[in-house]
Write a protein that binds this ligand. Structure first.
Ligand code: MF3
Ligand code: CO
Ligand code: CO
Length: 254
């Protein structure tokens, strides 16, 4: 089938959904505090998305039981919100995917609970920089492989490892479309980017080993194999005629 080139109408719809996903991340800031459970944050996110006439894409997606993903500390991704109570020093990723008028927007970022360690701050900063480095590779004619090539180079230079078991993906008309956007790749490998393509970059960066394991009870929550910390940022990106547009950037810090 190949990678979809989105029409003008689709791009407008996807942009609106992406803006709502980003707004949801911002809205949730007030609830990421010591003493709140991840389930409570899930509830607040669910209500906000519904009030804005959209649907949380994760809910019932391949039997995922909640509306958002909340990944704390050693959780790499797909954390299922539950009765875990946030405490000072925790680092939390919230991943939001909205469906608005049939169009998908997908974004995630890190939150700090109370006072976090210098090590945690470094990991979060480096992970954010990895996404920025990936975004620099987004322009027509460039190879998808160069996103992962540059991200991995930077992470390794900073003594971190890059998760290879989960990837970015085409998005917009469906949750997960072609291509797979890997965060480790060979230089000049894979397909070429073209104007009108929309996809995510969502590097997961680990303090220790890259490997992950899935929780046997909920079947979703992916943790680092060695219990060390992991961080992630994600944007949905449109390839334009001369570069790219970040569809999910509301903070303006990318
Ligand atoms: N939003 C995640 C991504 O970035 C996917 C979550 S799938 C779910 O691709 F089922 F866990 F919600
Ligand atoms: Co995604
Ligand atoms: Co996501």
């Amino acid at each position: 089938m190949g990678i979809r080139i989105k029409t003008k109408e689709q791009i407008e719809g996807i942009r609106k959904s992406c803006q709502l996903a980003a707004k949801t991340l911002k809205y949730l800031e007030q609830y990421v505090i010591e003493g709140n459970t991840t389930d409570f944050i899930n509830q607040k996110a669910h209500e906000f998305i519904i009030e804005n006439n959209a649907i949380p894409a994760p809910l019932n997606y391949n039997k995922f039981p909640k509306s958002i993903c909340t990944s704390v500390n050693d959780v790499v991704c797909h954390g299922v919100p539950n009765n875990y109570i946030l405490k000072s020093g925790d680092i939390l990723n919230i991943d939001i995917t909205t469906i608005l008028n049939g169009y998908y927007g997908d974004t995630c970022r890190m939150y700090e609970v109370g006072e976090i360690s210098r090590e945690s701050k470094n990991l979060i900063e480096t992970t954010k920089e990895c996404l920025k480095i990936g975004i620099k590779e987004c322009y027509p004619g460039n190879y998808f492989g160069n996103i992962g090539y540059e991200i991995n180079k930077y992470a390794v230079k900073n003594n971190y490892s890059v998760v290879y078991e989960f990837c970015g993906h085409g998005v917009g008309v469906a949750f997960h479309e072609e291509p797979e956007v890997c965060h480790i790749a060979e230089k000049n490998s894979g397909k070429k980017m073209r104007e009108g393509m929309i996809f995510t970059i969502e590097p997961m960066i680990n303090e220790g080993k890259a490997r992950t394991k899935i929780d046997r009870n909920d079947g979703w929550t992916a943790r680092t194999i060695d219990g060390k910390l992991s961080a992630q940022f994600e944007h949905t990106i449109l390839i334009t005629s001369n570069g790219c547009e970040l569809l999910t950037d509301l903070y303006g810090d990318f």
